[in-house]
Ligand binder design. Structure first.
Ligand SMILES: [Zn+2]
Length: 113
């Protein structure tokens, strides 16, 4: 069983990562905005660069949203007292594994299976 302070440490890590992702999201919001460059002034290549950058920013944002969902799910498991137990088999996940990534919902053997 995880101790209360171990769960608290995981919770703190999850909250810190969530804050970091939210800050990144704010910082990159401009990059994902619709490309509205003036074709005549910037030329075709620059516009393609801008579109490519926008696509990359959107892909990064999608990854970030996926990570945020995993963090939210882990925080919910903490609130429900289910944190630290494998969602597939119910066994303990292990502190080492959770320290590595507190959003992991399954134990090592279920993750490998
Ligand atoms: Zn398992």
């Amino acid at each position: 069983m995880l101790k209360d302070d171990e769960i608290a440490a995981c919770r703190a890590a999850l909250l810190a990562e969530r804050d970091g992702l939210a800050a990144e999201d704010m910082a990159s919001a401009d990059n994902r905005a619709t490309v509205t460059l003036d074709q005549q002034s910037v030329g075709r290549l620059s516009r393609m660069d801008a579109l490519q950058q926008q696509a990359m920013a959107q892909a990064t944002a999608r990854r970030r949203q996926g990570r945020e969902a995993r963090i939210a799910a882990a925080l919910a498991r903490i609130d429900e007292g289910e944190f630290g137990f494998c969602q597939d088999c119910g066994e303990e996940i292990g502190l080492k594994r959770l320290t590595l990534d507190p959003t992991l919902p399954t134990c090592v053997s279920c993750a490998q299976g």
